[in-house]
Write a protein that binds this ligand. Structure first.
Ligand code: ATP
Ligand code: MG
Length: 234
């Protein structure tokens, strides 16, 4: 059974008189612990799709299931609750809080959505700091570390609530190529270690090759699926 099952998923935006058909019936099935990318030109619907999977927006048609939940049927409040428990996010501009240290930035989602005892919290954060190679920088502030390091912190932050799924919309857009490549490799390593499904979008052809399953979006439609050899889903 798929972790994410999308059937004929549609999203229309109303812009004044004009209806923009951003997703025109998209169907796919993503297994647990997958490392997946959605690629496509600007305006093809990548952000729209990730926003639907992330329960940040609702589809106008079709159905979307994540685990046991029919997320297309959740209202705003239920969506927020589901998101907090099950989904981690990585953003293209890192979204770290400037007044919090690296350690505190990773801790923040735990304080927001889950009641985790202090000792367990500390253990989890130190473990993640170690895993993303940022333990020595834990007391620094975001403006004291590099872009690549900020994204490492953001990867740790996305995982701190033990989500089943991490979504990353263009996570490498603000990084140079070799740093971008290392961030994607780190995400893959985290998938191996924590068995968390990762889905990222990109329009960088060099980066997308690191995904094990690559879906191509064009003008709101899925026009291709490529499965790379060697991966567990091959
Ligand atoms: N809030 C909105 N209101 C109206 N139209 C929107 C809205 N958000 C996106 N769109 C339109 O929906 C389509 C898909 O946009 P989307 O942002 O999902 O594309 P994208 O693949 O993420 O593009 P990019 O690579 O530039 O980030 C585009 O035609 C876009 O103009
Ligand atoms: Mg986008």
């Amino acid at each position: 059974m798929g972790l994410i099952v999308s059937e004929n998923l549609q999203k229309d935006y109303q812009a004044g008189e004009v209806t923009v058909r951003a997703l025109k019936g998209v169907s796919f099935n993503i297994e647990p612990a997958s490392f997946v990318s959605f690629v496509g030109p600007s305006g093809s619907g990548k952000t729209t799709l990730l926003n639907l999977i992330g329960c940040l927006d609702k589809p106008t048609g079709g159905s979307l299931k994540i685990g046991e939940a029919d997320v297309s049927a959740l209202d705003r409040k239920q969506g927020a609750s589901f998101r907090g428990k099950n989904i981690g996010f990585i953003f293209q501009d890192f979204n770290l809080m400037p007044v919090l240290t690296v350690y505190e930035n990773i801790e923040y989602p735990l304080l927001m959505v889950q009641e985790v005892p202090v000792k367990e919290r500390e253990k989890r954060i130190l473990n993640l700091l170690q895993a993303v190679g940022m333990l020595e920088q834990k007391d620094k502030y975001p403006d004291q570390i590099s872009g690549g390091q900020k994204q490492r912190v953001a990867v740790a932050r996305a995982l701190v609530t033990n989500p089943m799924l991490v979504l990353a919309d263009e996570p490498t857009a603000n990084l140079d190529h070799s740093t971008a490549y290392r961030v994607i490799e780190l995400m893959k390593k985290m998938r191996d270690e924590f068995k968390t499904t990762f889905i990222f979008s990109t329009h960088d052809q060099k980066i997308v090759g690191e995904a094990e399953i690559i879906y191509t979006l064009e003008d709101g439609e899925l026009t291709g699926k490529q499965v790379k050899g060697g991966g567990k889903n091959a």
